[in-house]
Ligand binder design. Structure first.
Ligand code: 5AD
Ligand code: SF4
Length: 439
C-alpha cells in the first residue's frame, strides 16, 4: 500500500511525519509524494490556532472526494488536532477512516490494516506521557538539514497555548539515542542538524542538560552545523550562551519567543520572565556572538491587552530589531486558561495590531538584510537557484538565504561568499573561496 502524508504546523510535526514514514516503511508501506497514487492519505495536523485547524478540515474535505472513484482509499488524521478532538473528528467529517493521537504513532500500521479489514472508523488517542519513540529513527525528508527530536511535550502551560494539552508532559530522549541518530544522519551525508523540542532549554536526561548535549553533538565529526528550536527565555542559561559561543558548529542563530513586550501581559500569559530579563538575555547573546540572528514569536491582542501594552510590544520589537518575527493574532483555544478570560479583544482590533507588527517587522528585516552587504559569510549550498540555473542558493550560519553564481557541483558544499546585495529577504553575493564539504 502507498501512503501520502500532508503536514501542518511546526517543525516537530515535520519530524513526526518523518518518524511515521519510517514506522510505515518498516511495515511494507511505500511512501509516495503523489496524491493520486496513494491508498492512504494522512493529515498531520496542528491545533495552535483556530485558523490552522479550519484549513486542514477544509483540505480533508477536498481529498475525501477522491473516495468517489477510489472507494478503497483510507484517510487518517493524526497530530495535535487528532489528539484534541479524537473521535469528534468523525462527527466533523464522517468519511475520515482513522484518527491517531501523538503518543500512538507506533500503532498506525495496525490501525490502517484494521481499517482496511473492518471498513469502520477507528481511533486511538490514548495519552502516554512516557512515549519518546526510543530507538525509532525517522526517514529524513530533507537533503541537507535533518530535524532531530530531543524531547517531547511541554510543562509550561502558557495560558494561551494548547500544546501542553495535546502533546502532554515534557520528557527528554536519552543522550545515547540522540547521539546515535545524529551520527546516523551525519553518516548518510547530512551536515546540518536542527534539534527539536517545545522547550529545548529544559532538556534533562539523567542530569545531563542542554548545553552538555550540545557540547557532545559538537564533537560529531560528520556534522558541521547545529541549530535548535525552541528556546524558552525563562530557562535560557548563561551556560548555554557560553556553549553556543564556544562551540564551532553551533550556528549564530536563536529563536527566542517574546510573545509580548509588557510585563503584565507576560504575567497573565504565565511566561515566567519579565521584559527586563528578556532584554538582558538578548544583550548577553549579542555580547558573546555579535553576528547572532535573533528571531521570535509575538502574539497580538492577547485578552486584556491595552493600547498601551500593545505599544510596549511594538517598542520592544523596534528596540531589539529581530532578524525575523513570526507574528500571530491571538486565537482562543478551548480548554486553555486565556480562552476563559472575560476581557477578550475584538477581532478587528487584534487584526489591526497584527498588521502594525507585520509592517514594522518587514522594515526591520529589510534593513537587517541590507546591513549584510560587504560581509563575508559561509554558505551551505542546497540547490540551484529558482531564478537562474547559473546560480546556486544556500543558507548562511545565521539562517539567511543567499544566492550566488555557481554550478550544481557546489551543492552540499560550503562556500565563502561576499555579500554584494540584498534583494528583499534574499542575499546576493560572490563566491570568494570554496571550502568544500568540510570533511
Ligand atoms: N493564539 C495565537 N498564537 C499562538 N501561539 C501559540 N498559541 C497561540 C494562540 N492561542 C503562537 C505563540 C507560539 C507560536 C508557536 O504560536 O507565539 O510561540
Ligand atoms: Fe506552548 Fe508555552 Fe509550552 Fe511553548 S512553552 S509549547 S507556548 S505552553
Amino acid at each position: 500500500m502507498k501512503f501520502y502524508i500532508e503536514t501542518y504546523g511546526c517543525q516537530m510535526n515535520i519530524s513526526d511525519s518523518e518518524l511515521i514514514s519510517s514506522i510505515l516503511s518498516k511495515d511494507q508501506f511505500i511512501h509516495t509524494t503523489k496524491l493520486n497514487e496513494a491508498d492512504v492519505i494522512i493529515f498531520n495536523t496542528c491545533s495552535v490556532r483556530k485558523h490552522a485547524e479550519d484549513r486542514v478540515i477544509g483540505r480533508i474535505a477536498q481529498e475525501i472526494s477522491r473516495k468517489r472513484y477510489n472507494p478503497n482509499l483510507k484517510i487518517g488524521v493524526i497530530g495535535c488536532m487528532a489528539q484534541r478532538l479524537g473521535e469528534k473528528l468523525h462527527n466533523i467529517n464522517g468519511k475520515i477512516d482513522f484518527v491517531v493521537g501523538v503518543d500512538q504513532y507506533k500503532k498506525i500500521p495496525e490501525l490502517i490494516h484494521n481499517s482496511v479489514e473492518k471498513d469502520e472508523f477507528l481511533s486511538n488517542t490514548i495519552v502516554d506521557h512516557s512515549e519518546i519513540y526510543h530507538e525509532l529513527y525517522p526517514t529524513h525528508s530533507g537533503k541537507y538539514n535533518a530535524f532531530v527530536t530531543i524531547m517531547r511535550g511541554c510543562n509550561n502551560f502558557c495560558t494561551y497555548c494548547i500544546v501542553p494539552y495535546t502533546r502532554g508532559r515534557e520528557r527528554s530522549r536519552s543522550i545515547e539515542d540522540i547521539l546515535r541518530e545524529v551520527e546516523n544522519v551525519g553518516n548518510i551525508g547530512f551536515k546540518d542538524v536542527t534539534l527539536l523540542g517545545q522547550n529545548v532549554n529544559s532538556y534533562n536526561f539523567n542530569n545531563k542538560n542542554f548545553p552538555e548535549l550540545l557540547e557532545q553533538i559538537n564533537e560529531i565529526d560528520s556534522i558541521k552545523r547545529i541549530r535548535f528550536v525552541t528556546s524558552h527565555p525563562k530557562d535560557l542559561s548563561d551556560d548555554l550562551i557560553k556553549v553556543m559561543a564556544d562551540s564551532e558548529k553551533v550556528c549564530e542563530h536563536i529563536h527566542l519567543p517574546l510573545q509580548s513586550g509588557d510585563n503584565d501581559v507576560l504575567k497573565r500569559m504565565k511566561r515566567g520572565y519579565t521584559i527586563e530579563h528578556y532584554l538582558e538575555i538578548v544583550k548577553k547573546l549579542r555580547e558573546n556572538m555579535p553576528e547572532i540572528a535573533i528571531t521570535t514569536d509575538i502574539i497580538a491582542g492577547f485578552p486584556g491587552e491595552t493600547d498601551n501594552q500593545f505599544q510596549k510590544t511594538y517598542d520592544v520589537m523596534k528596540k531589539i530589531k529581530y532578524d525575523y518575527a513570526f507574528t500571530f493574532k491571538y486565537s482562543p483555544r478551548e480548554g486553555t486558561k486565556a480562552a476563559d478570560f472575560t476581557n477578550q479583544i475584538q477581532e478587528d482590533i487584534r487584526l489591526k495590531r497584527l498588521q502594525k507588527l507585520i509592517k514594522l517587522q518587514e522594515s526591520i528585516t529589510l534593513a537587517k538584510y541590507q546591513d549584510q552587504i560587504g560581509k563575508t559569510k559561509e554558505i551551505y549550498v542546497e540547490k540551484i537557484s529558482k531564478k537562474s540555473d547559473k546560480e546556486v542558493a544556500g543558507k548562511s550560519r545565521d539562517f539567511k538565504i543567499t544566492v550566488f553564481k555557481g554550478s550544481k557541483n557546489l551543492i552540499g558544499k560550503f562556500v565563502k561568499v561576499k555579500i554584494t546585495d540584498a534583494v528583499g529577504w534574499t542575499l546576493k553575493g560572490e563566491s570568494i573561496q570554496e571550502i568544500g564539504d568540510r570533511r
